[in-house]
Design a protein around this ligand. Structure first.
Ligand SMILES: Cc1ncc(C[n+]2csc(CCOP(=O)(O)OP(=O)(O)O)c2C)c(N)n1
Length: 375
C-alpha cells in the first residue's frame, strides 16, 4: 500500500501542490491527508467534478503549473464536457492530473450503482483520449508512474489519469474535524420527517447514507419501501427527479431528502424547481456541512445560507431548524404551507456503525414506486 504522505510528497517533488475535487470513499485516506495538510488555497473541494476541472484549468492559466483533480469514477460524467471542450489538446491543451477512485471495478463486488460506471471507467478515458495508468500499490513503482505521468504532461500539455483501486492507500484518519455541536443526528432527523409525511406522499432521497437511513427506518417500522425512490447513484439529481414526479402527480406531496453536498453539486436545479411553482414540493436538506458518506470532508453547506438561496431563486418559503422541538414545529407548519418550500435541518456528522444497505434492487425499488404512484 502507498502512504498518503509518500504520494503527496512525491508529487510535490515533481512540482505539483494544488488539488481540487470531490471526495470519494476509495480515496478517503488520501483526501483526508490532503485536507489536513494543504491550506485553503491548495485544496478546494468543489461543487462537482466538472467544476474542479474548470478551477484546475484556471490555476494552470495563472501559474503554468500542473493541478490535480481527485474524484470518484462516478464523477467522470461531470468532467466529460470540460475534458472535451476545455482541456483537450484540440482546444486549449491544459494539463491536469486526474486521480480517479475505481468503484465497481469488474470482478470486485460493489453496490449496484457502481457496476456500470466501474465497467466503463477505462473505456471512457480511452474514448476521451486521456492516457492513464492504474496506480501500483507498490510505492517504488507508483513513484515511477507519477514521474512518467508528470513528464508526459509537461511534454504534451495533456490531461493524464491515475486510476485508483480499492486499498491502494494506507489508512489515514481526518484530523481536522470541525465539531459543530449540533443536537440532532441525520438519522434522527430523517426518522422525524419520514414519520410526519402523509400516506400518499413519496420521498426521493439522495445518494449515500440518507437513502440507507431512510431504508432502515422503513424496515424498522415494518413498512414497505414503495413510497421512496432511493437515488443510490446520480448524486445531485434527486431534486430534479422529485420535480419530475411532483409536476405529474399534483394530488400528492413529493419530498426530496437531499444532502448539502448533493444540493450544492447541482444547485442550479433549485432555480428550476422554483420556476415551476410545484405547490406539492418539499425540499428537505439534511445539512451536516460534510460529504459524510465518503469520509466526512467538509462542504460549504453550513457556511452558506441555503434557505436564503431557496428564497432568492423563488421558493415560496424556506426555513432552518436544528433542535428536535424546532423540527417538530416546522413539520407541523409544513402541513398548511404551499410549496415549493425548503426545510434545512442542521445535523451533526456521523452515522451508526451497523448501518445497512438497501436489500432491494434498484429495479425492484423503481417498480414498487411506480405501482404506488398509480394508486
Ligand atoms: C458525481 C458523484 N461524485 C461523487 C460521488 C461520491 N459520493 C457519494 S455520497 C457523497 C457525499 C454526499 O454528501 P451529502 O450530500 O452532503 O450527504 P451526506 O453524505 O453528508 O449525508 C459523495 C461525494 C458520487 N456518488 N457521485
Amino acid at each position: 500500500m502507498i502512504r498518503p504522505e509518500y504520494f503527496i510528497e512525491t508529487l510535490r517533488g515533481l512540482g505539483i501542490d494544488f488539488y481540487a475535487g470531490v471526495p470519494d470513499s476509495l480515496l478517503k485516506n488520501i483526501c483526508a491527508y490532503i485536507s489536513d495538510t494543504m491550506d485553503e488555497r491548495h485544496n478546494i473541494i468543489t461543487a462537482n467534478e466538472g467544476g474542479a476541472v474548470g478551477l484546475a484549468a484556471g490555476y494552470h492559466l495563472a501559474t503554468g503549473k500542473i493541478p490535480v483533480v481527485y474524484m470518484q469514477n462516478s464523477g467522470e460524467g461531470n468532467i466529460i464536457n470540460p475534458l472535451a471542450s476545455l482541456t483537450d489538446k484540440d482546444v486549449y491543451g491544459i494539463p491536469v492530473l486526474l486521480v480517479i477512485g475505481w468503484r465497481g471495478k469488474p470482478g470486485v463486488h460493489d453496490e449496484p450503482q457502481h457496476v456500470k460506471q466501474g465497467k466503463v471507467t477505462l473505456p471512457l478515458l480511452d474514448t476521451m483520449g486521456v492516457p492513464y495508468q492504474v496506480l501500483s500499490k507498490d510505492e517504488a513503482e507508483a513513484g515511477r508512474q507519477l514521474k512518467e505521468a508528470v513528464d508526459r504532461m509537461n511534454a504534451t500539455s495533456e490531461v493524464y489519469a491515475l486510476v485508483i483501486e480499492k486499498d491502494t492507500f494506507e489508512p489515514y484518519k481526518l484530523q481536522n474535524v470541525v465539531n459543530r455541536d449540533l443536537p440532532l443526528s441525520r438519522e434522527e432527523a430523517i426518522q422525524k420527517v419520514a414519520a410526519s409525511i402523509g400516506e400518499k406522499d413519496v420521498i426521493v432521497s439522495t445518494t449515500g447514507m440518507i437513502s440507507r437511513e431512510l431504508f432502515e427506518y422503513r424496515t424498522a417500522m415494518g413498512q414497505g419501501h414503495e413510497r421512496d425512490f432511493l437515488t443510490v447513484g446520480s448524486m445531485g439529481h434527486a431534486s430534479q427527479i422529485a420535480l419530475g414526479i411532483a409536476m405529474e402527480k399534483q394530488d400528492r406531496r413529493v419530498w426530496c431528502f437531499d444532502g448539502d453536498g448533493a444540493s450544492i453539486m447541482h444547485m442550479g436545479g433549485m432555480a428550476i424547481v422554483a420556476s415551476k411553482h410545484p405547490e406539492n414540493y418539499i425540499h428537505v436538506v439534511f445539512n451536516n456541512g460534510a460529504h459524510d458518506s465518503v469520509g466526512g470532508q467538509p462542504t460549504v453547506g453550513l457556511d452558506i445560507d441555503l434557505p436564503a438561496v431557496a428564497r432568492a431563486v423563488g421558493y415560496a418559503d424556506a426555513c432552518s431548524v436544528k433542535t428536535e422541538e424546532e423540527l417538530l414545529q416546522a413539520l407541523e407548519n409544513l402541513k398548511s404551507v404551499k410549496g415549493p418550500v425548503l426545510l434545512q435541518i442542521c445535523v451533526r456528522k456521523g452515522n451508526r456503525k451497523d448501518l445497512g444497505r438497501p436489500t432491494t434492487t434498484p429495479v425492484e425499488n423503481k417498480e414498487a414506486l411506480m405501482a404506488f404512484l398509480k394508486i
